[in-house]
Design a protein around this ligand. Sequence first.
Ligand SMILES: [Zn+2]
Length: 205
Amino acid sequence: MSYQSREPDLTLAVLEETENDSKSVFGKCLDCGKERIGDGWCKDCESNAFKENFGNWTSENTNIDDFIRSTQLNANGSVEYLEYINFEQFDLIENTNKGGAFSTTCSAVWMEGPRWIWDEMADQWIRNGPIKVALKRLNNSQNISADYLNQIYKYHQCENVADFFGITKDHTLNYMFVMKYESNSLNSYLDETQGMLCWKDIEAG
Ligand SMILES: [Zn+2]
């Protein structure tokens, strides 16, 4: 099998480039004074902000909520966590006619977009605005199990997980992964692995 290589990801490239530099390259957090661990990323403050927001969203599935929360509390940067995104946030949803045994994929526009633009002056992350995404619907996922999510979580811990923005739930109450649109080219592979794969696997394969 061969896979299309990914377009260079500017955000990741910046992160990788600065990872090897001295610790102080990211500066200190303007709120708590601790060293940031990434561009604009103070892990303590981000974790606290995520925790404070836990009560403001729910996927209505405890397993999925726990999963999303754990990605947020363990994130080391703005592209490393998932969020629960209301389905109303998506516009221009089109079926791409690419389906598999486990999933159906649509394209859509996520109106708010990911929160991945760092405004140093304002000391805050800003949302990107409308961005084309792939919505990968997990068929019959109304009662998604903790086991299944554990496997996805293992996948999510792989390197370069920036292809997943979050999880949403459509009008049929099936859960959908919100992914970068370009990662759509991996559709068949994702189906074989039921949505779980690691970039390391792809590169090695
Ligand atoms: Zn801080």
